[in-house]
Design a protein. Structure first.
Length: 100
């Protein structure tokens, strides 16, 4: 009986995680009205200013952190690179805490 409960809980956890997965962006490579598709450099900029735009987006619904009219992978790469530049990229965690 305990085995069935554990299997049931695992199935529920997997279903919950699948439900949280991101879906496709239907606006990839579709420019906004009168605009251009965001690429790597704009993704880099948006990633760098993401902490500021996040705070502003809490109070202003017209401001978003992420441009949905992007070119896909290169925009995403620039966005993550911009975020890692601002937040340090994890290099601090890789450094040894003991000095010999």
């Amino acid at each position: 009986m305990r085995k069935f409960i554990i299997i049931g809980l695992l199935v529920l956890i997997v279903i919950a995680l699948i439900g949280c997965a991101a879906g496709p962006n239907n606006l990839t490579n579709v420019p906004p009205d009168g605009g251009q598709v965001a690429g790597f450099w704009l993704g880099l900029w948006h990633g760098a200013i993401a902490p500021i735009t996040f705070v502003i987006s809490l109070f202003n619904s017209a401001v978003t952190m992420y441009e949905v009219h992007n070119n896909g992978g290169w925009y995403n790469f620039g966005f993550l690179l911009g975020l890692s530049i601002i937040w340090g990229g994890g290099g601090h965690a890789a450094r040894s805490s003991k000095r010999w």
